[in-house]
Design a binder for this molecule. Structure first.
Ligand SMILES: *Cc1c(COP(=O)(O)O)cnc(C)c1O
Length: 405
């Protein structure tokens, strides 16, 4: 009897049971097992910059930490100085004017804001349009809100942007929100102005909101400067954009990002978050200001480093017989699973799934790569590789990988 009662207490909520295990947790487990066995593992799996946070940002954290005024609860909406610094950065970078009082909300990392956003605006029964493959919190945030995920496949022939014409009238009418992400994780695609405008037009026609994730806006190569969604004149009337200091300033562990755009949507997210958190540790907010306002030379150097690594990886794999496309932005390579050796069509060995290939690569070469299907069913047939390890390790990875295809 008591056991039955206990079993009920420990039964997870339905909303958790609906979710697959977070992909990276499983891969991390396999990696740790190999490492525990003394294997030298090269991790091209998780997108977490290996470069340190620039020193002037650390200095600001330290000096702010010495001030007792920064030890108390902050506010969900952050200190005004941070919101003002974000507005100035937006103006400098995108020539977009934002009202720091109503159009900007600091976040405990953009993942937090993204995952909570559907909870702030979607109701059970609403549809949320989610790219497939995608950064996993778009889907889990939607599930937590009790809303329905309507997938928008990202196909190579459409430049990995959703085919908006393929969204049914029925889904568009039920939609409360559409997630978009450019530069894209995992596909590395950069959306064009026309593609974003088409999404805005659809949102206006059917009355849904857009959440554009621009976490990689500053990581782009060969002179490419990804645009902000909010550069489009009508964007602010339908949506918000999410940004992160994580990838831009090597601050993934610090937990600071922000949402900006439509004041009503920002207000809804702010209201929700007042019930969930009490803002970002203030020294981290001051350090964030130092990041946005300080010298950007280390950012430029980091981007140059990623670009060099990209070239080593892409050129190396291509030369070894696995032609992979060169991404223009983000620090990911999104590549088709190579055809099995000896496959000439017909009765040759059949094509491996992305999971089977990633597993075999991990076992045979001790290189972690991420199976594309982990980002959604349309990611099947692809794998993602991160540029977040030093160049000599990338060279080593190319050597090892070339023995697996
Ligand atoms: C890394 C990442 C984020 C968020 O990072 P935070 O550290 O939570 O700010 C958001 N979107 C995408 C697509 C990412 O890859």
């Amino acid at each position: 009897m008591a056991e039955a009662v206990q079993a009920r207490a420990f039964d997870k909520a339905q909303r958790l049971k609906q979710l697959p295990p977070y992909l990276f947790v499983e891969i991390d487990k396999a990696k740790r097992t190999l490492q525990a066995a003394g294997k030298d593992v090269i991790d091209l799996g998780v997108g977490d910059p290996d470069l340190p946070t620039p020193p002037h940002i650390l200095e600001r954290l330290k000096s702010a930490a010495d001030d007792p005024a920064n030890h108390r609860y902050s506010f969900t909406e952050g200190i005004p100085e941070l919101r003002q610094a974000i507005a100035r950065w937006y103006e400098r970078r995108f020539s977009v004017t934002l009202d720091p009082a109503t159009e900007i909300l600091p976040l405990l990392g953009s993942k937090e804001g993204i995952a909570h956003f559907p909870l702030a605006i979607a109701n059970p029964g609403d549809a949320v349009l989610v790219p497939d493959p995608c950064y996993p919190p778009y889907r889990s945030g939607t599930v937590f809100a009790g809303a329905e995920v309507v997938s928008m496949p990202l196909l190579e022939e459409n430049g990995f942007f959703p085919d908006l014409g393929a969204i049914s009238q029925k889904a568009a009418r039920r939609a409360k929100l559409m997630f978009l992400n450019s530069p894209n994780n995992p596909t590395a695609a950069v959306a064009t102005k026309e593609q974003l405008q088409e999404a805005i037009d659809l949102a206006k026609e059917f009355g849904f909101a857009i959440a554009h994730d621009a976490a990689y806006s500053e990581i782009a190569f060969d002179g490419v400067r990804p645009m902000s969604f909010l550069e489009l004149p009508e964007a602010k009337s339908v949506g918000v954009e999410f940004h992160s200091l994580s990838k831009t300033y090597n601050m993934t562990g610090w937990r600071i990002g922000f949402a900006c755009g439509n004041a009503k949507l920002i207000a809804a997210l702010t209201q929700l978050k007042t019930h969930l958190d009490s803002g970002i540790f203030q020294p981290v907010q001051w350090a964030g200001i130092a990041a946005l306002e300080g010298d950007q030379v280390l950012l430029q150097q980091a981007v140059a480093t990623y670009q060099q690594r990209r070239d080593v990886l892409v050129d190396g794999l291509t030369k070894a017989g696995w032609p992979v496309p060169k991404p223009a932005a983000s620090f990911y390579l999104w590549a088709r699973v190579p055809a099995p050796a000896g496959a000439t069509g017909g009765s040759g060995p059949s094509q491996e799934t992305s999971i089977a290939f990633a597993k075999r690569v991990l076992e045979q070469s001790h290189v972690v790569i991420t199976p594309g299907v982990g980002f959604g069913p349309s990611g099947e047939g692809y794998v993602r590789m991160s540029l977040t390890v030093p160049t000599d390790r990338i060279q080593e990875a190319v050597q090892r990988l070339s023995k697996t295809f």
